[in-house]
Write a protein that binds this ligand. Structure first.
Ligand SMILES: NC(=O)c1ccc[n+]([C@@H]2O[C@H](COP(=O)([O-])OP(=O)(O)OC[C@H]3O[C@@H](n4cnc5c(N)ncnc54)[C@H](O)[C@@H]3O)[C@@H](O)[C@H]2O)c1
Length: 262
């Protein structure tokens, strides 16, 4: 028996990183997966790997309402319903606030914040029609504290915690639980862009990051995308988290636990 037997879950940004691991873990727990992303080749490969009949890939730019409507149509055509959503897609840009161009600020809001809003708006009625289910939004440790040089990103991740709380209040009557994961530093292309650079010395980059996180994070290491996927699974499972809604959950190796003296 899987924790998600009979469930159909749409996961955005599922072509790589945390979304990919969520897709793989949720499928292994019995869910049918709608793998959604803008990286078509990678997304299709993930869906294929999960097996015919277990997953479909849809091209979904989360910032576009028409893409959401089309994705819901494809999901229902493939599996008949949707009763789970993981709003995972996101982008990060580094800049100090006073140097951030307006269009960069707006682009980050459009993907991270508007994307999560459109996901809730489009998919929640489907989950309600299916009799209830779960939404997991992806915030960040920067959703609960500040971080210099990622102001636009931090603003969106705080907004996602607010959206999560309001959605939980408004959707509870339809038996839809809404929670947020707040990952710390996780070893994906977002925190370690050398993963995407064929010229990069990935060994060297990994060592530098190991060194950094050994000092910064109480548990002494960067997190794995699989570890965030485990939390998303817990929050999606009726068995595990039936009485939990409207909450942000930090998964950060203790980074936010307190101030280090060393
Ligand atoms: N890696 C970290 O350290 C970290 C920490 C906290 C929060 N997060 C959050 O976790 C989530 C997943 O990030 P990740 O670490 O796996 O990084 P990643 O860059 O590997 O994955 C992000 C995915 O989102 C997709 N995406 C980007 N823009 C999109 C759009 N407009 N529409 C649809 N898909 C889009 C990308 O193609 C990619 O597959 C993001 O929301 C990110 O902000 C990451």
């Amino acid at each position: 028996m899987g924790k998600l037997d009979g469930r159909v879950v749409l996961i955005t940004g599922a072509a790589r990183g945390q979304g990919e691991q969520e897709a793989r873990l949720f499928a292994s727990e019995g869910a049918k997966i709608v793998v959604a992303d803008v990286l078509d080749d990678q997304g299709e490969a993930v869906a294929k790997d999960l097996g015919n009949g277990n997953a479909v890939y849809v091209h979904l730019d989360v910032s576009k309402e028409e893409d959401w409507v089309a994705a819901v149509g494809s999901a229902k055509a493939a599996f008949g319903k949707i009763d789970g959503l993981v709003n995972n897609a996101g982008i990060l840009r580094f800049n100090e606030l006073v140097s951030t161009p307006l269009d960069e600020f707006q682009q980050i809001i459009q993907v991270n914040q508007v994307g999560a809003f459109l996901g809730i708006k489009t998919v929640a009625p489907e989950i309600g029609a299916a009799g209830g289910g779960s939404i997991v939004n992806t915030s960040s440790y920067t959703g609960v504290t500040g971080m210099a040089y990622v102001g636009a990103y931090t603003a969106t991740k705080h907004a996602i915690v607010g959206l999560t709380r309001v959605a939980a209040l408004e959707l509870a009557a339809q038996k839809i639980r809404v929670n947020a994961v707040c990952p710390g530093a996780i070893d994906t292309a977002m925190s370690n862009p050398s993963q995407l650079d064929p010229e990069a010395n990935t060994e060297e980059a990994a060592q530098a990051l190991d060194e950094l996180y050994r000092k910064l994070v109480p548990l002494g290491r960067v997190g794995k995308p699989e570890e965030v996927a485990r939390l998303a699974l817990f929050l999606s499972s009726e068995e595990d988290s039936a009485y939990i809604t409207g909450q942000p959950f930090v998964v950060d190796g203790g980074w936010l636990a307190g101030v280090s003296v060393l």
